[in-house]
Design a protein around this ligand. Sequence first.
Ligand code: PHB
Length: 386
Amino acid sequence: MRSWSSLAAGALIALATVSARAQEPFKIGLILPMTGPFQSTGVQANDAAKVFLKQFGDTVAGRKVQIILRDDASSPANTRRIAQELVIQDHIGAMVGFGITPQALAAAPVSAQARIPMLLVGSGASIAVTKSPYAVRVGQTVGQSAATIATWAYKHGMHSAVTIVSDYAPGYDAEKWFSQAFTAAGGKVVEKIRVPMVNPDFAPFLDRAKNDKPSTIFIFLPAGEGAAFAQQYVERGLQKSGIQLISTHDVMDDDLLDQMGNVVLGMVSAGPYSAAHDSPMNKKFVADFEALNGGKRPDFMAVFAYDSFRTIYRALEATKGKGDGPALVAAMKGMKFESPRGPIEIDPRTRDVIQNIYIRKNEKIGGHIFAVEFATVPMVRDPGAK
Ligand code: PHB
């Protein structure tokens, strides 16, 4: 049997380790697709980390912060392995990232087991936040934008629709919430089409949609895929057919709008962020982002990453830099602050973001194409939240 004194010594060592840890940097694992089909999300989010560090510094609540960037190349098996390594070898205090929902789902068990906050940047499927009690979604759900554009479209004379979505979880959410809101308003969804998640050939799907003669085609694709779609939309003669194209903002990504070209002018989409958002905070964010990243403008993934870091810093302040996972998540619940996209709030029950969804129209400003916001639906919750 161990003596009291050796037990006390053990306790002291444990205490010493805890306080040594407290002096160590607070490490944030930034797990992103820096290569592969979703690399634009990784690059934008990492570029936003640079802006965040420039504006807020690398110390918070007396604690040094270190960001460790790892590329998962959009493979869930990589994501899981990287998350485990970051927890076991690097002793991270939080994870940020995940370009698409399958990545978030792969990392969630690691977050749950290690009791480490995971902040969802790219994942827009409702389900992702439910997979770890330490998951917090500062970005978006696809349902927020899909339901909002459905209601808007019906009110503006579009009474029949074909939906085209990416064939995976956030696409199913987009299809479901668009259809539900559109039908509730009085509209009819005449066909629901799902396209492959990576490098889809849209031509056959667009031909099908055109033959249905709906008043609108609604589309959701994850960030980075809109440009190929716009090209085929024109090639298949959809633009001249009188069928209005509407989408979630992901298709009209700031990263791609100029590349998509004049064919997208006038198109309407719904979403939480446009680089043209008119606020002093956003103007500063865009200016700092452009200055640090060779003149490139930020997109919504950049803002989601930037706000994720702000959420962690605020939680570290609230918990005096201790960095305990459950305490950090408790501090994140109900958090409210102004973002470059407008006011945001973390629902204390679901850990999902509540935010304005803007209706935007693509227009040229100073020779560049922007999604210009012209109507606001305030503080929208995820329609799929349980
Ligand atoms: C997702 O995988 O959930 C996802 C990715 C990119 C988006 C939206 C949703 O733009």
